[in-house]
Design a protein around this ligand. Structure first.
Ligand code: GDP
Ligand code: MG
Length: 177
């Protein structure tokens, strides 16, 4: 891109949080590179990936942070949350426990992040309808009560991943532009 004169008007940091194995890294792979892997290894190393998109004629660089397997040890550090303007709070629709842990993640997020943070509750793996353990209604109700956006996604089928990030980034844009 050198010499392309690419101008970035805004950089927005968005964090991915939620239990291990809910699909955070694959959601990010889908959004950042349009890739998906069924045997993804636990994330190591990489702190964030970026993708630049246009919102209302402005160039917005989304900097999406992925936990490096820290979720297992409840060891997500405050540096991870620092400066985040948006969050995808992810559970797996086939794993009830991952949904039951959402209030805990939300507390942690609200304790660390910007008070205007835009939060999207994401029920991932919507392609596994026959294994569903969390109803759409339960999640919707929780999201309304907590003032969160809500979508069910499939990183595998690329369903609603784009929509989830677009919604969060557009909302951040409205607040911060
Ligand atoms: P993370 O620990 O939250 O980052 O989860 P990963 O992204 O590593 O995904 C955990 C497992 O779930 C991997 O085997 C993925 O291939 C799988 N996975 C992720 N997203 C989906 C999805 O939308 N549908 C299905 N069926 N599997 C998925
Ligand atoms: Mg991961």
């Amino acid at each position: 891109m050198a010499g392309g004169g690419d101008k970035v008007d805004y950089v927005f940091k968005v964090v991915l949080i939620g239990d291990s194995a809910v699909g955070k890294s694959q959601i990010l792979a889908r959004f950042a590179r349009n890739e998906f892997s069924l045997d993804s290894k636990a994330t190591i190393g990489v702190e964030f990936q970026t993708r630049t998109l246009v919102i209302e004629h402005k160039s917005v660089k989304a900097q999406i942070w992925d936990t490096a397997g820290q979720e297992r040890y409840r060891a997500v550090t405050s540096a991870y949350y620092r400066g985040a303007l948006g969050a995808l709070l992810v559970y797996d629709i086939t794993k009830r426990q991952s949904f039951d842990h959402i209030p805990r993640w939300l507390d942690e997020l609200r304790g660390h992040a910007d008070k205007n943070i835009v939060i999207m509750l994401v029920g991932n793996k919507s392609d596994l309808e026959e294994e569903r353990a969390v109803s759409t209604e339960d999640a919707k109700e929780f999201a309304e009560k907590e003032n969160l956006f809500f979508l069910e996604t499939s990183a595998l089928q690329a369903t609603n991943v784009e929509n989830a990030f677009q919604t969060v980034l557009t909302e951040i844009f409205k607040i911060h532009s």
